[in-house]
Design a protein around this ligand. Structure first.
Ligand SMILES: *Cc1c(COP(=O)(O)O)cnc(C)c1O
Length: 413
C-alpha cells in the first residue's frame, strides 16, 4: 500500500457520507446530472481569506485566476479580494465580466500580443511589463488609443524562492525584466507620461517553507527599494508575489502563514523610506482555492489483474492532470483520495484508481488503501480546486468536459 496526502480538515462526514458544503457528494452529483464533476466550496475559500487577513493586516490580497478561472468562483471572489491578476486576454475578460473594476486588475505574462495589450489598455487594466520591448509596444498602443496607460514593471529577481515547486525568478527566465535593467524601463515609462503603478516581483510557486517565503519577501522589499532609488520613482504598489503552497502529498505540512505574516510586518516596519507611501499586495492562487475543490468521479468498472485491484472511474487525467502526476512533478505521489459513501471508514482494499483514458499515464491513485469500493460508488479526489479542469488536456481522447459547480452552503452560485 502506498501513502496518500492528507485530506484537508475542512471536510467531514454526516452519517458516514462525505459532505461538501450543505449537501452530500452524491447530492451534488445528482444536481449536476452527471459525473465527473468539480465542486468548489466558497465557504472554504472564505475561511482561507479570513486567515490571510488576520496574518497580513497591512497587505492587499490579489487572486491569481490562473489557478481556477471558473466564472462563478471568480465572481464570488470579487468582493473578497482587492485585486485580480490575469495572464491572458481571456482571463482579463473573465475578471471584467465577474465585476472586478479594471483598475484593480493587473495583467502579467510573457508574450502579450498587441491585440491583448490594446484590449487591456483600453479597458484600464494595469499591464505588468515583462520586457523593454513590451513597454515600447504598450506605449505606442496607448498613444494610438489616446489614453494614459497604467503600467507596472515585472522584475525577474536576482534570487529565487527556495523549495518552491515552480521557480519563476532568479537567473535566466522568460518572466519579467532582469533586475539591473528595471530602473531604466521605469524611467522610460514615467518620462513617456504613463501612469506608473509600481513593481511586480514573483519569485516562485508552491513553497511550503515559511522561512523560505519570509526570506524571499525580505529580498523582494530590498530589491524593490534598490530599483526605486535607482529610478528615482517611488512605486505606488509593490506586488510581493505569493507562492504559498498547499500540502498535496504524504508528509507535507501546511505553510505557517502566521509566522510569514509577523515576519513581513517587521520587514515592512523597517522598510526603506523610498517605499514609505507604497502599498503592498500578495497574489495567491492555489492557497486560496486548491483545498476548496474536490473532483468527483464514479467507479465504472472494478477488476483484478495479476493480483492487483483496479477501480476504473469515469474521470481521469484529462480533467485532473495534476493528480496523475503529469503536471510539473518529478516523482509520482498520491493525492488524498476517498470513497464518498463511506468517508472515514477503515481501509479494506488496496486498489489503484485509474481513469478511463487508454493510456498508462491515467492513474489517479496508485495502490492506495480504501474502504471496499464498488461499481457506482463515487471516488473523491481532494486538492482539486486549483490547476484542475483548466490545467488539464480536456480534448485528449474526446471525452466530455467535466461539470463544475461553485457552491455556498446548499446553493449553487
Ligand atoms: C501562477 C502564478 C501565480 C499563482 O501561483 P499559485 O501557486 O497558484 O499561488 C501568481 N502569480 C503569478 C505571476 C503566476 O504566474
Amino acid at each position: 500500500m502506498k501513502p496518500m496526502g492528507s485530506i484537508p480538515a475542512d471536510y467531514r462526514a454526516r452519517d458516514g457520507v462525505l459532505m461538501i458544503g450543505g449537501r452530500t457528494a452524491e447530492g451534488w452529483a445528482e444536481i449536476a446530472g452527471d459525473t465527473p464533476l468539480f465542486v468548489y466550496d466558497l465557504d472554504i475559500v472564505r475561511t482561507r481569506i479570513a486567515r490571510f487577513r488576520a496574518a497580513f493586516p497591512e497587505v492587499a490580497l490579489h487572486y491569481a485566476i490562473k489557478a481556477n478561472p471558473h466564472p462563478a468562483l471568480v465572481k464570488a471572489m470579487v468582493p473578497l479580494v482587492e485585486g485580480i491578476d490575469v495572464a491572458s486576454e481571456g482571463e482579463a475578460a473573465i475578471a471584467i465580466e465577474a465585476g472586478m473594476a479594471p483598475s484593480h486588475i493587473s495583467f502579467a505574462g510573457p508574450g502579450k500580443r498587441d491585440r491583448e495589450l490594446r484590449m487591456a489598455i483600453a479597458a484600464g487594466v494595469t499591464i505588468n511589463l515583462e520586457s523593454a520591448t513590451e513597454g515600447a509596444r504598450a506605449l505606442a498602443i496607448a498613444r494610438d488609443l489616446g489614453v494614459r496607460p497604467k503600467l507596472a514593471v515585472r522584475v525577474n529577481p536576482d534570487f529565487d524562492l527556495k523549495g518552491s515547486g515552480m521557480k519563476m525568478g532568479g537567473g535566466a527566465k522568460p518572466f519579467g525584466i532582469d533586475s539591473d535593467r528595471a530602473a531604466s524601463l521605469i524611467r522610460e515609462i514615467v518620462t513617456a507620461g504613463a501612469d506608473y503603478r509600481g513593481l511586480h516581483i514573483f519569485a516562485g510557486s508552491q513553497a511550503l517553507s515559511a522561512d523560505a517565503i519570509v526570506e524571499a519577501q525580505r529580498s523582494t522589499l530590498t530589491l524593490a527599494a534598490r530599483i526605486s532609488i535607482e529610478a528615482a520613482a517611488p512605486p505606488p504598489l509593490v506586488n510581493l508575489g505569493g507562492g504559498f503552497g498547499i500540502p498535496y502529498f504524504p508528509g507535507e505540512v501546511p505553510v505557517d502563514i502566521e509566522h510569514v505574516g509577523s515576519a513581513l510586518g517587521g520587514a515592512l516596519a523597517a522598510r526603506d523610506p523610498i517605499l514609505a507611501q507604497t502599498g503592498f499586495a500578495i497574489e495567491l492562487g492555489r492557497w486560496l482555492v486548491g483545498e476548496a475543490g474536490v473532483y468527483l468521479t464514479r467507479i465504472v468498472d472494478r477488476k483484478d489483474s495479476h493480483g492487483e485491484t483496479f477501480l476504473i472511474v469515469d474521470g481521469g487525467l484529462h480533467h485532473q492532470l495534476a493528480a496523475s502526476g503529469n503536471f510539473g512533478t518529478v516523482v509520482r505521489r498520491n493525492y488524498p483520495i476517498a470513497l464518498a459513501s463511506r468517508f472515514g471508514a477503515a481501509t479494506e482494499l488496496e486498489a489503484s484508481v485509474v481513469g478511463c483514458l487508454c493510456t498508462p499515464l491515467d492513474r489517479l491513485g496508485d495502490r492506495i488503501g480504501l474502504p471496499d469500493g464498488r461499481v457506482g460508488d463515487l471516488i473523491v479526489i481532494f486538492m482539486a480546486g486549483a490547476y484542475g479542469a483548466s490545467a488539464s488536456p480536456t480534448s485528449f481522447l474526446g471525452h466530455a468536459l467535466p461539470g463544475e459547480l461553485t457552491i455556498d452552503g446548499d446553493r449553487i452560485l
